[in-house]
Design a protein around this ligand. Structure first.
Ligand code: ATP
Ligand code: ZN
Length: 639
């Protein structure tokens, strides 16, 4: 780790650093820190080791599966650097114990995280504690490292981050045109409906409940009666979702005027009765070691995850996976959420998505490909993580030396630009209108007569402002407090609704709300303005927050800013959603369709660069940088 600075080794030896995340980047980083001479390292990671981590998180071995990442990483590094201090915390960085005072003890904080939510939280604590932050992210071959020093460079939130990839609910429930729509339907609607929490809202029946006046009671279809034969139940579900619901959708002629009509698929048409019986019989000879090895593919003797199954094979997998969930993993049913590492769940979702795709004339995909789409997986490249970890340490040393002139944010590219794969750029000054690191008030346009406190808190305060434990004030009146007792919540809700309701319409001056998060020692002012109507397509929240800088996020999710925006460290979740999930926009009313799309696992779609500096052409599979874009790298002086 060469540095021209004479005191770098001193700076390293005396430094106390906090690493957040001990995953793909984190393992590389801890090793590089230790080998570079760092002697006091604290690590927070909330996860335990999974088998799927082992290919790149090289501090972990098979025998560590199930153990704390932070602790195992520490032990592994102490084997070759026994005399340094490494303190692990198996915990969520958002836990209250990691407050501003905790952050203040460190000289620098290094993020190796994989989600926007945690990154924003750490950014705010670093600002409040006045501790520099070195932020990083990787997605496949792409990566970046940025330096954030309060008052000197932009903070992590100075540039707005792109919104999570969302799909209009009607595209998902009624008019899929791409395989990803079928995956989202299979995963977030059907899987959730059959195996998830029954109390969760679910749009699966949007269409059929419209016609619930017909003989069938829709809710009953999905509930398995106690004495109901599992094969019969499986076929009933199959026929309902792939046959009956499609017929129902077809009855709405308007929808299909300019679209290809889907084809209803019934189990009897695809599977002969003999086959369906065989379906069940095979399994009886197939023993599973534990519940996580339960597999419909194994049960049916299908081996290659890269095969594209026929409609018949998908149907058999669908019925078999459903049967296995109820017979072998019955205790999970009702509590499951889709997990890309759950083989049976991936099999079920692949099969269901393929059957739906077949119905809508969309090409079918293999389990391997479907898993990538469902899990938003861009395959991790260990080398990218290693390069990024090295760059983090280089920036860390500069930060410790207070060598501001040398700070760089560095992009790791997939293809060379001007023969360079690493693109160093001078950091930007803080954005004067950043609501996080400056005092700029925000503006919220909202229908003050209709909007509810719950929506305001969930959609704006938590989702957009990233607050964990919010508190809302109007002058000196407390309107909302996150951890208030239930009865108080009702009073707060009434208060806010009263405040909103009393606003004259249209409000020109606005009403100021103060929103704070004590834990983050962060607060901002929100100027409420009344607006009557919202475009349900473009403004699905029914309220619009603005005021802190122009929007970077492109509607098609191209030219998405940097890798550390949302998802990503290794095996990054592409659509950069906070929960790393593709979500469905559920409109209050039916909306006009658009074909938004973009394939979520296409690495090319993930051009992760500062939009202002890097122009990127999303050319299906290639990230191409325009030569002229180098102009954007011109110096911007730091204060
Ligand atoms: N709020 C948080 N608090 C503490 N650790 C977190 C938090 N959010 C994410 N992490 C950790 O950040 C690390 C990110 O690493 P990485 O991107 O390699 O993900 P992974 O979970 O190890 O792998 P994959 O998601 O690809 O299976 C994970 O170990 C995860 O536990
Ligand atoms: Zn900022």
């Amino acid at each position: 780790m060469a540095s021209s600075h004479p005191h770098s080794s001193e700076a390293i030896r005396g430094a106390k650093v906090l690493m957040v995340g001990a995953g793909g980047i984190g393992c590389e980083l801890l090793k590089t820190l230790a080998l570079s001479g760092f002697r006091d390292i604290h690590i927070i990671d909330m996860d335990t080791i999974e088998v799927s981590n082992l290919n790149r998180q090289f501090l972990f071995r098979q025998s560590h599966v199930g153990q704390s990442k932070a602790k195992v990483a520490r032990d592994a590094v102490l084997k070759f650097r026994p005399h340094i201090n490494i303190k692990p915390y198996h915990a969520n960085v958002k836990d209250p114990e990691f407050d501003v005072d905790f952050f203040k003890q460190f000289n620098v904080v290094l993020n190796g995280l994989d989600n926007l939510d945690a990154r924003r939280h750490v950014n705010r604590l670093c600002l409040a504690a006045n501790v520099p932050l070195v932020e990083s992210g990787t997605t496949g071959f792409l990566g970046q490292v940025t330096v954030h020093v309060k008052g000197k460079t932009e903070c992590y939130e100075c540039q707005p981050k792109p919104a999570p990839k969302t799909y209009p609910v009607c595209t998902i429930t009624s008019t899929p045109s791409k395989f990803v729509h079928c995956i989202v339907w299979a995963k977030d609607l059907l899987f959730a409906k059959l195996f998830g929490d029954k109390n969760q809202d679910n749009d699966l029946n949007v269409r059929s409940s419209d016609a619930a006046s017909s003989s069938e009671n829709v809710e009953d279809v999905f509930v398995r009666r106690n004495d109901e034969d599992i094969e019969q139940y499986g076929r009933k579900i199959f026929d309902h979702v792939f046959g009956y619901n499609i017929e129902l959708a077809l009855s709405n002629e308007e929808t299909w005027k300019n679209r290809n009509r889907p084809k209803p698929i019934y189990s009897k048409d695809v599977l002969s009765d003999e086959l369906a019986k065989l379906n069940g019989n095979i399994d009886k000879n197939c023993a599973f070691d534990d519940e996580f090895s339960v597999s419909a593919m194994a049960s049916l003797g299908m081996k290659n995850p890269q095969d594209i199954w026929s409609l018949k094979e998908n149907s058999r997998i669908f019925l078999e996976a459903l049967r296995l969930f109820f017979t072998q993993r019955g205790k999970d049913v009702g509590n499951l959420t889709f997990d890309k590492d759950d083989q049976l769940a991936v099999e079920f979702v692949t099969a269901a998505a393929n059957i739906r795709a077949a119905s809508f004339g969309i090409p079918l995909y293999s389990l391997f490909e479907a898993k990538g789409i469902a899990g938003n997986i861009v395959h991790a490249v260990a080398t990218t993580n290693a390069v990024i970890a090295g760059l983090i340490v280089i920036e860390t040393i500069k930060v410790l030396q207070n060598d501001i002139e040398s700070y760089r944010m560095t992009y790791c590219l997939e293809h060379p630009s001007r023969k360079m794969l690493l693109m160093p750029v001078e950091p930007f000054e803080p954005n004067k209108s950043c609501y996080v690191c400056s005092e700029t008030p925000l503006t919220l346009e909202i229908n003050t007569k209709r909007s509810k406190l719950k929506d305001f808190v969930e959609k704006i305060v938590k989702a957009k402002l990233g607050m964990n434990l919010p508190l809302i004030m109007n002058s000196s009146n407390l309107l909302y407090e996150a951890d208030a007792e239930d009865d108080m919540v009702a009073i707060y809700a009434a208060n806010l609704e009263k405040v909103l309701a009393e606003l004259p319409s249209p409000v020109t001056g606005g009403t100021m709300l103060r929103v704070e998060d004590m834990h983050q020692e962060f607060g901002c002012n929100v100027n409420i303005k009344h607006r009557e109507e919202f475009d349900e397509e473009k403004e699905p929240d029914g309220m619009v927050l603005s005021g802190w800088t122009k929007h970077v996020s492109a509607p098609e999710n191209k030219d998405k800013p940097a890798a550390n925006n949302g998802a990503s460290t290794s095996e990054a979740s592409v659509p950069a959603a906070e929960s790393d999930e593709v979500t469905i926009v559920s409109p209050s009313k039916k909306r006009k369709l658009t074909d938004d799309s973009g394939i979520p696992n296409a690495p090319a779609g993930e051009a992760r660069n500062h939009q202002d500096e890097l122009q990127v052409i999303d050319d299906e599979d290639d990230l191409v940088m325009l030569e002229g874009s180098m102009e954007g790298f011109k110096k911007r002086k730091l204060s």
